[in-house]
Design a protein around this ligand. Sequence first.
Ligand SMILES: [Zn+2]
Length: 60
Amino acid sequence: MLPKRRQSRARTRIRRSHHAMRPINYADCPRCNSPKLPHAACENCGYVRPGLSLKVEKEG
Ligand SMILES: [Zn+2]
């Protein structure tokens, strides 16, 4: 089955008005001040939250 009527350009554009991507939100790590993703461990120092941090050693 196909749609009965072709949707107007305006309707298509109204639907797509919600499709824009947003830039990724970063939070500054309180320990090393490098940008990290919220609710995730810091890539640089492994900090997650007070009392919890992961892998401190660097690969090399
Ligand atoms: Zn950090």
